[in-house]
Design a protein around this ligand. Structure first.
Ligand code: SF4
Ligand code: SF4
Ligand code: SF4
Length: 420
């Protein structure tokens, strides 16, 4: 992608490793579902009227609510630039924001309680309980896992309050990866947090920040690690130039680890167990935003679900960020595939005794690859305390409050006029 910045001149950013991959990803059709309710005023134009405005092209599939700014981990790389001091949202503010979300969506949607580190919030239990009572059925916390490793009873308490699972920051199982990306070896803490959560019945999805040259060669190992421990899935998210990050992690602005790179790496590292095409672009945002593969796992075999289920049925689950319960409910109904599954067995007959696992990729944008078309199709939304919803990439680039950036792009350019 090439463009001209009014302050910095001609710029370019890599959006895909090659033309064929680009064409394949771009051909994925989208399922458009507009938000049920939007902001009335759109006077300033995109991207100044987020909230969501009427021009936005996709409803909220996943809402992220940062219930605290605080975190004591001090990671060198941190999307939210969290430090030890900061504000916590009150339970009343959280429930008010959630009510707003329901009024805009018409119903509760999958929810991530984030931060900072949400487990530092003293009222986390009450917040989860309140959200669950309001009908939010899929509630996760984005966590570094430290307190969950220290306090097993916290895992049970949160499960009892209605928490579905955790989205556990874990960039690798090699100590050198944790040392480089997080500043210390956190492997023992992560393993303990996983054990405690699994024991409490919480689902665990690993959240891997991918930093070129540090852990891009380690992705299949993370998948295997997750499968061996019966976790729910692993999600890979390349590091972006938003929040806090060491310059040496991302030295060249024109290079980028995109969805196309991820598909190729996954095929190479798994030696073809996962093929590039098994990582199917999620059909509701731009197909360049993310992809997912659902795997059926047995003792000696890993089968990506797209090889036995008709793509149109599978894409329904991808579009709605479904969990396994939804997928299984569908699979156990009449098989509607177009012949890929053998008629004498049927899909449901193949399922008993199998485990399931998902691999996800989330190709977030920063100021140096920002594509406003992708932002307008975004379905992953930051829920603000006042109830507004902002596309998550755009929130990080433009709206996230911080003393340094105010409401400017991280390249330093303040947006004075609408882009469109
Ligand atoms: S990104 Fe979406 S909600 Fe925000 S201003 Fe643009 S169209 Fe509206
Ligand atoms: S990346 Fe997460 S764990 Fe690390 S400082 Fe930021 S909020 Fe804390
Ligand atoms: S958060 Fe960014 S990468 Fe994710 S769906 Fe929205 S625009 Fe796409």
């Amino acid at each position: 992608m090439e463009w001209v910045c009014s302050e910095h001149g001609p710029q370019k950013s890599l959006v895909c490793p090659d033309l064929q991959t680009y064409a394949t990803i771009r051909s994925i059709s989208r399922k458009v579902k507009k938000p049920a309710a939007c902001l009335e005023s759109t006077a300033a134009g995109c991207p100044h009227d987020c909230g969501l405005c009427r021009a936005h092209e996709q409803h909220t599939c996943l809402a992220i609510l940062e219930i605290t700014d605080r975190c004591d981990a001090g990671c060198p790389i941190c999307l939210s630039d969290s430090i030890e001091d900061g504000r916590d949202l009150s339970v009343a503010t959280v429930t008010s924001a959630l009510r707003n979300l329901i009024s805009k969506e018409g119903k509760p949607v999958p929810l991530q309680l984030s931060g900072g580190e949400p487990t530092l919030h003293e009222d986390l239990h009450s917040i989860v309980h309140a959200a669950h009572s309001m009908g939010f059925g899929k509630i996760e916390i984005d966590t570094n896992g430290r307190l969950l490793a220290e306090k097993q009873d916290l895992c049970f308490l949160l499960k009892e309050a209605g928490l579905s699972g955790i989205y556990l920051q874990m960039d690798g199982i090699r100590p050198d990866i944790s040392l480089k990306i997080r500043g210390r070896d956190l492997t023992a803490i992560k393993l303990k947090a996983i054990d405690h959560c699994r024991h409490a019945g919480l689902q665990v999805v690993l959240s891997v920040t991918v930093v070129p040259g540090i852990n891009t060669d380690h992705m299949w190992e993370m998948v295997r690690f997750g499968i061996e421990r019966n976790l729910t899935g692993v999600n890979f998210q390349p590091a972006v130039r938003s929040g806090r990050y060491p310059q040496e992690f991302l030295p060249d602005r024109s290079t980028r680890f995109t969805l196309g790179h991820f598909q190729k790496e996954m095929q190479a590292q798994s030696r073809g167990i996962i093929r590039a095409g098994d990582m199917m672009p999620i059909p509701c945002p731009s197909p360049f935003c993310g992809a997912m593969a659902y795997l059926i796992v047995s003792e000696d075999h890993i089968t990506p679900l797209n090889r036995i289920l008709a793509p149109e049925r599978l894409s329904t689950h991808l579009a709605d960020q479904s969990n396994w319960e939804n997928v299984l409910a569908d699979l156990n109904g009449a098989c509607g595939c177009s012949g890929e599954c053998r008629p004498d067995t049927g899909i449901s007959a193949q399922l008993p005794g199998r485990d399931f696992f998902s691999i996800g990729f989330h190709g977030m944008m920063d100021a140096f690859c920002f594509d406003i078309e992708r932002a307008r199709r975004c379905c992953v939304h930051e829920l603000l305390p006042d109830g507004r919803l902002i596309p998550f990439c755009l929130y990080n680039v433009k709206y996230r409050p911080s003393p340094e950036n105010g409401r400017t792009f991280h390249c330093g350019r303040r947006l004075e006029a609408p882009l469109l």
